[in-house]
Design a protein around this ligand. Structure first.
Ligand SMILES: Cc1cc2nc3c(=O)[nH]c(=O)nc-3n(C[C@H](O)[C@H](O)[C@H](O)COP(=O)(O)OP(=O)(O)OC[C@H]3O[C@@H](n4cnc5c(N)ncnc54)[C@H](O)[C@@H]3O)c2cc1C
Length: 394
């Protein structure tokens, strides 16, 4: 196995145990299971339950809330190993909500929701709106205080697993939208946990062409009542809470990209060793070797940034240096995986376009990671503004 040894040499004892667990999981729920789930767009419940029963959803949740008190570096290994076996779904982005709840939830909310997160209860995340994609400050979904609850009205879209989730982490506006002031738009946003199937919520599936078991939904909120106790932290402070979770989210996306990039590269290398049309395996030709070597280097370099970002998160740093590495990791991993996938398709020739060879199946999933949850242009904007000291253009 191409990456097995390289990666394993870097792992701690705990991380090797995790990699072994994922290996066994992949033996039971391999690509055939996964592709069947993807075909039906069906939540991978059996596998999800097995991950939950073995405590992996609580990796970074403290023991007092039912978790394992392990590190972000451990979580990184777990998520990358899953993707490396081809078991990728955007449902796993939910790991980043643990840290928002831990950092900003009241003690009562932590006691109520963290043990559920640790047991694998699926939470979806609802931020994006039709007129507020990259620019989250333009969200209009409103949460208006009404006695001891809030009333929610508005619309979200692209919400992964909304219908499959028990709860939703909702980003809504608790101050009127202010066209004239960015500061006012920023300081009027709050976060809520709500029942994904509360009265007044309706959904429609979006037709998105990615070979994964997850579905995306447009979600409508029509006077949905949320108890005020389910407001996370302080009213109007939600945007800053969101920012505190972004570095982890970028690391998680990077893990998915690295895992899938390694999966397709491994397939390409194996194929290039076997395919023989001019009397030698095609892998002997440098025209075939070089793109594969370049893909390997790209993925390994991105892994370094991912490791540094995870270590910085473990050290409790969550702004300067972590932001730099987390953003580097997200951009570098998604680009490296994209190029690895392209090289893998090319090496497979016509077979690269057949579903049977299971390379093209990764193409859109990998492509999506350059766009969602944040596009790579915004990563470059962030580096330009915060590390190069250049003016913000938007
Ligand atoms: C498969 C999938 C799953 C998703 N899951 C969720 C989810 O669970 N929850 C959720 O809330 N959202 C989710 N999203 C939404 C996702 O976060 C948004 O698609 C993303 O933030 C981009 O928003 P947009 O699609 O409106 O693109 P836009 O904001 O319209 O941007 C379009 C393009 O313009 C460029 N661009 C935009 N702004 C700038 C700028 N300032 N500088 C340079 N270039 C720029 C970029 O190339 C960008 O791709 C998901 C999306 C997808 C595709």
């Amino acid at each position: 196995m191409l990456f097995e040894k390289v990666d394993r040499d870097e792992y701690t004892q705990d991380q090797r145990i995790m990699a072994d667990f994922v290996g066994k999981l992949a033996n039971r729920y391999g690509r055939e299971y996964w592709l069947a789930k993807a075909e039906k767009k069906e939540f991978p419940q059996e596998m999800w339950d097995e991950i939950a029963d073995n405590g992996y959803f609580g990796l970074v949740i403290p023991e007092e809330y039912g978790g394992a008190s392990l590190s972000f570096s451990d979580m990184r290994v777990f998520l990358e190993e899953l993707a490396k076996k081809g078991l990728f779904t955007l449902h796993f982005v939910s790991f980043f909500m643990d840290s928002i709840m831990l950092l900003h939830g009241s003690e009562a909310l932590k006691r109520e929701y963290l043990p559920q997160m640790a047991r694998g209860t699926y939470f979806s995340f609802a931020l994006t709106e039709p007129d507020a994609g990259t620019n989250s400050l333009r969200i209009r979904t409103a949460a208006i205080r009404d006695g001891d609850s809030y009333r929610i009205n508005g619309q979200k879209l692209f919400i992964t697993g909304a219908d499959e989730s028990k709860y939703m982490l909702l980003v809504a506006r608790t101050m009127p939208f202010n066209e004239d002031s960015r500061e006012a738009r920023k300081n009027g946003i709050s976060l809520f946990v709500l029942d994904s199937h509360a009265e007044g919520i309706s959904m429609q599936t979006q037709d998105i062409d990615i070979v994964t078991p997850d579905k995306q939904y447009t979600v409508f909120f029509d006077d949905v009542k949320v108890p005020a106790k389910d407001l996370i932290g302080k009213e109007n402070m939600g945007f800053s809470y969101l920012l505190s979770g972004l570095n982890l989210e970028r690391v998680i996306i990077s893990c998915f990209a690295l895992g899938m990039g390694k999966y397709v590269l491994e397939k390409a290398v194996n194929y290039s060793r076997e395919r023989n049309i001019f009397g030698d395996p095609i892998g002997k030709y440098q025209g075939v070797q070089h793109p594969l070597s370049r893909a390997f280097i790209g993925l390994q370099l991105a892994s370094l940034a991912n490791r540094k970002a995870s270590q910085a998160l473990d050290g409790g740093e969550n702004s300067g240096i972590t932001g730099m590495y987390a953003n580097m990791a997200k951009l570098a991993s998604s680009e490296a995986a994209f190029h690895a996938c392209d090289a893998a398709i090319q090496v497979h020739g016509g077979y690269g376009l057949t579903k049977e060879y299971d390379v093209i199946n990764f193409s859109n999933a990998i492509r999506a990671l350059r766009i969602a949850p944040v596009n790579n242009e915004m990563i470059l904007n962030y580096i330009g503004e915060h590390f190069l000291g250049l003016p913000r253009s938007y």
